[in-house]
Design a protein around this ligand. Structure first.
Ligand code: DAH
Length: 344
């Protein structure tokens, strides 16, 4: 009897010993301890054993069974630990490696220029205003003394959405909105930075670009105020040595009107490629607000006068930062934009 148990026990322990992985171990467990397993079968032979020998038999079988259970458990534990170790090994992180860099964003050159202009004009008591980019013909043209069929409309070949609505071609549109919207008809001092649209597309013109407009309306505003303000503005943006030149021009909403040039900051007026050998760079449109514009928008031109100017922010940013193609400002290439980080 003992031999039989001993034989089974040895065989069982050998099987456990030879089980190479968790699956084999489980198969061995079923084969030995399962419902149809060898130990279970051994137990079932109890009834054929003489009564007085049964306790001893039972004890021996139990001992064998417990040893098998314990051996399986030990091996199972070993294999599980090996699996865990393998997983840990495969997920190992080398904390001494340099970490991947967090990329820092940078301010767009146009925003830099806009913020610089806003800071300057706010310090002089101006409001910073906005207007809709989808504008009506009325504000974009009519109320600026550009009635239907006016030849000056051609210069601003436009994106019409309906016959009444267009993408604004100039931030000047906000002049009319402010004048008309000012219920007290009192003094105005505002700048309007914003996007504008025209049907143009080449290295120096984009179909979408940015302007900043300025409007000052008060009693006794004269050309001297315009000239002084533009001098402060341009010297601040392009350097103290910058000189201004006013050339007579035509805009329907100002009279008299001027094109304003600045001395070339690259060659200091000597003549170079940037200024096309002239020493001057054309940068602004400006003038004394046309009495018709004041009148049309509810101001009495005998009581009030004003000046206005408008300039392309893209051009200003290009000059300031030496950018040669306006389209670079709109492609959002990180390699281009990140260069301006170093300018702080
Ligand atoms: N709106 C003009 C343009 O886009 C620029 C301009 C000229 C604005 C004269 C003004 C001004 O306020 O007085 O070409």
């Amino acid at each position: 009897m003992d031999n039989r148990i001993e034989e089974i026990r040895k065989k069982a322990l050998k099987q456990i010993e030879e089980a190479k992985n968790l699956q084999n171990l489980e198969l061995a467990r079923i084969k030995l301890l399962g419902r149809k397993g060898e130990i279970t079968a051994l137990m079932k032979t109890m009834k054929d054993i003489p009564k007085e020998k049964r306790p001893e038999f039972g004890e021996l079988v139990n001992q064998a069974k417990n040893q098998i259970i314990s051996d399986i458990a030990k091996k199972e534990e070993k294999y599980k630990q090996e699996l865990i170790n393998k997983k840990l090994e495969s997920e190992r992180i080398d904390v001494t490696l340099p970490s991947s860099k967090v990329k820092r964003g940078s301010k767009h050159p146009l925003n830099r220029v806009i913020e610089e202009i806003e800071d300057l004009f706010v310090s002089m008591g101006y409001d910073v205003m906005e207007g809709p980019e989808l504008e009506t013909d009325e504000y974009n043209f009519e109320r600026l003394n550009l009635p239907q069929g006016h030849p000056a409309r051609d210069m601003q070949d436009s994106f019409y959405i309906t016959t009444e609505h267009l993408l604004r071609t100039q931030t000047s549109a906000v002049q009319a909105r402010t004048l008309l919207g000012n219920k007290e008809k009192g003094p105005i001092r505002e700048i309007v930075p914003g996007k504008t649209y025209r049907r143009e597309d080449d290295a120096t013109h984009s179909h979408q670009f940015n302007q900043v407009e300025a409007l000052v309306v008060d009693k006794d505003i004269s050309f001297a105020d315009l000239k002084g303000t533009l001098e402060i503005f341009m010297k601040h943006m392009l350097g103290e040595n910058t000189e201004l030149r006013f050339r007579p021009s035509y805009f329907p909403f100002t009279e008299p009107s001027y094109e304003v040039d600045v001395s070339c900051f690259k060659c200091n007026g000597k003549g170079c490629n940037l200024c096309k050998k002239t020493g001057w760079i054309e940068l602004l449109g400006a003038g004394i607000v046309h009495p018709n514009v004041l009148k049309m928008n509810g101001y009495d031109p005998d009581e009030y006068s004003g000046f206005a100017f408008g300039t392309g922010l893209d051009r200003l940013a290009m000059f300031k930062y030496g950018i040669t193609d306006i389209r670079l400002l709109y492609e959002n290439d990180v390699r281009f934009l990140s260069q301006f980080d170093r300018m702080d």
